[in-house]
Design a protein around this ligand. Sequence first.
Ligand SMILES: [Zn+2]
Length: 317
Amino acid sequence: MNSGVDYAGPRAAFATLGGSPTWGLGDRFHEFAATRGHARLGLSRPRTPYGLGPQVEHYRGPSGREFLRIPTYGQVVDEDPGLHASEWKTFWILWKAGVRVLLVGGTSGSCDWRRTAADEDAVRPGDFVLPKSYLTRDTMPTGLPGTELEFCLPRQVAIMDDPFCPPLAEALRARAGRLADFRFRRIHGPESSVVLNRWLAGNGFESLATCRMLEASGRQIGMPVITGDCVSPVLARVCGMHLAYYHVVANWGTGLEPDDPTISLNRLYMQTLPTVAASLELAFLDEASEPATCRCRELLRPRPPEYAQALSPPAAK
Ligand SMILES: [Zn+2]
């Protein structure tokens, strides 16, 4: 790690990490964006304290708003995201770039226990979801090593109520309901209390046992669970960002239904979703304003100085 690295990339208050909903566009997101009046101003590959970072795209939308895009959660081809500190690199860039509103999209399976054809309230494939809360399968990153955010728990604690900024969820809901040529079967807002079983990277889907467990726990707590990609909500909060997260349900949790989801998934990712999701993301980034009524900042609570003094002092530099 090299804490002395200076950030040399573009700056903006708004950003997206893209995600699986726009995978089908491959590396042509900017071409689609151009058809909607968004100009790609530049492309860079900033150095970070943890090594060379992911690609950063700098855009200007039709309203004049500038924003950044880092493709697919900051992941790099042939690199294990965990082994290569992908989430640290990505958030260090966003933090240094001054990002305050971060848009992330995900897809994956629903483990809703209400799976009968008659139950229209269930979270089903084809639905658009704005989750209320999250669970996590891994030990997710919560700070940025080598910076003042490395381990800030004694100085400030992130309360994880409203991990996904509620006013931004409303903005996404409004946008998703106004798409020109596409209707989601149903939009589940935060009032539906859907829980995202957050996960970011790995080479397999959830096992049948994991899906059954998520199904049973969802029924028990009265909150349907979906599985999907998302960055660490704690890291976003600690970095002072409002996290806007949307999810498109692509399939039932693996093994919960007899069909192998991979065939229909490729169709969904390649044909149906990419332009729908890209239109949604571009419109959101161009028109959303930084929320003033949420608690995202307030929920990063300062603590008494005694707490930090109760730890060993830092090593002399
Ligand atoms: Zn917020």
